[in-house]
Design a protein around this ligand. Structure first.
Ligand code: 5GP
Ligand code: MG
Ligand code: MG
Length: 183
């Protein structure tokens, strides 16, 4: 595999780093208003949410804590199964905490549905969800995502934390891959 320029592997840039940051600033202001007077614990879902967690948390002009979970979907292929394995659990006790789950992208919402059910059993004071991107399929999911960055078309995207075969997470923009990458 060619280890050269990443940008040339994109066929389209859907959202630039600047657009993403501007949207995060708006969401951060909403979150500040909604969580005023309450302690806030951001829970990032590894690995995809690393970039959105870093940028959203630094857009907040208030205190917050951050913790991380790593999860992996069982099953093969590109279709989400909704059966999820916890690879790394939180270090924080959630009881009585106001938790905001920070996600990269919601597609079927199956991963998120499992995660929310799991976190609810730990007796937090509240659970909310923020996702940087949302696919059309997610609208049929029962999980409410209160804070959405951008709605996407039903295409496979990479960048801003999202990978293809482990790569492209470090791309600043979000885009679609050129056909030559797959072949
Ligand atoms: P869901 O359970 O909502 O169908 O899938 C959620 C997970 O699938 C995301 O956290 C992400 O890891 C992966 N995913 C869904 N859509 C995309 C996409 O377009 N590109 C990439 N790179 N990953 C995706
Ligand atoms: Mg994710
Ligand atoms: Mg992935």
């Amino acid at each position: 595999m060619d280890a050269s320029d990443i940008q040339s592997d994109l066929s389209d840039v859907l959202y630039t780093a600047d657009q993403i940051q501007n949207r995060l600033n708006e969401l951060a202001a909403e979150i500040e208003a909604d969580y005023a007077g309450r302690d806030l614990l951001l829970v990032g879902v590894l690995n995809g949410a690393i970039m959105v967690m870093a940028d959203l948390s630094r857009s907040l002009k208030r205190h917050c804590e951050m913790d991380w979970m790593a999860i992996s979907s069982y099953g093969s292929g590109t279709q989400s199964s909704g059966v999820v394995r916890i690879l790394k659990d939180l270090n924080t006790d959630l009881s009585g905490r106001h938790v905001l789950v920070v996600e990269d992208i919601v597609d079927t919402g199956l991963t998120l549905a499992y995660l929310i059910q799991n976190l609810k059993s730990r007796n937090p004071a509240s659970i909310g969800v923020m996702a940087m991107f949302r696919k059309p399929e997610a609208l049929r999911s029962p999980v409410e995502v209160k804070y959405i960055g951008y709605d996407l078309p039903n295409e496979f995207v990479v960048g801003y934390g999202l990978d293809y075969a482990g790569r492209y997470r470090n791309l600043r923009d979000l885009g679609t891959l050129a056909p030559h990458v797959y072949s």
